[in-house]
Design a protein around this ligand. Sequence first.
Ligand SMILES: Nc1ncnc2c1ncn2[C@@H]1O[C@H](COP(=O)(O)OP(=O)(O)OP(=O)(O)O)[C@@H](O)[C@H]1O
Ligand SMILES: O=P(O)(O)OC[C@H]1O[C@H](OP(=O)(O)OP(=O)(O)O)[C@H](O)[C@@H]1O
Length: 212
Amino acid sequence: MNDWLKVAMPKGRIYKQASTLFREAGLLVPEDEDQSRKLIIDIPEVKMQFIMAKPVDVPTYVEYGAADIGIVGKDVLLEEKRDVYELLDLGIARCRMSVIGLPDWKPLTNPRVATKYPNVASQYFRERGQQVEVIKLNGSIELAPLIGLADRIVDMVETGKTLQENGLVELEEMFGITSRLIANRVSYRMKNEVIQQLCDRLQVQRNVQVKG
Ligand SMILES: Nc1ncnc2c1ncn2[C@@H]1O[C@H](COP(=O)(O)OP(=O)(O)OP(=O)(O)O)[C@@H](O)[C@H]1O
Ligand SMILES: O=P(O)(O)OC[C@H]1O[C@H](OP(=O)(O)OP(=O)(O)O)[C@H](O)[C@@H]1O
């Protein structure tokens, strides 16, 4: 199976958008993941193997060559800093990373900031000369300022519904986030033709969607 292309796909919220983009670009992908609990899906007709990974682990599979290419949010790339090529902005799973707090938030000395992204948050505040204590959480980050664990949080905002329903406000927008196509460095050289073809097809489809 050495000539097959191994693709790490993120399970969960990105999967539907990523698989739709692949299909619209004329590429075969497994059915939506809620149909199956299978983690490795082979498509022999096109010599592709799909690995259904936890989103945050996609760059790890790709860096180590367990997958040749993968799809992952820019947020994860910024946090994990894995040694992979970033080939294409797919323009899907669009959201933003922001600093969030209560509306009556006041600057404190050495405030606590809770986040799923400790490296990104530390760098962001360090670059602005602000000393903060970063606390790593794994989900429901919006709880932290509500129950006094932290003064502010760094988290994703898409529709703003989570903030609104919990009485929080966006204090600073940090970066726009979309999902990216990434590749293992060796695979990119050894399987260049097939990876480049796939990348080109996805790029054409993405451009169609951007214009539409
Ligand atoms: N509210 C959002 N709207 C759009 N995209 C988002 C949003 N939140 C996160 N994302 C993007 O989707 C990716 C995956 O989201 P998330 O980390 O929440 O995983 P998940 O699909 O819920 O699975 P799990 O939490 O089980 O790992 C993130 O890395 C980010 O790029
Ligand atoms: O602006 P909105 O459209 O409300 O989206 C933002 C929410 O989406 C993500 O949470 P997710 O659903 O991944 O939950 P978790 O972080 O608690 O696991 C993010 O961490 C925000 O909480």
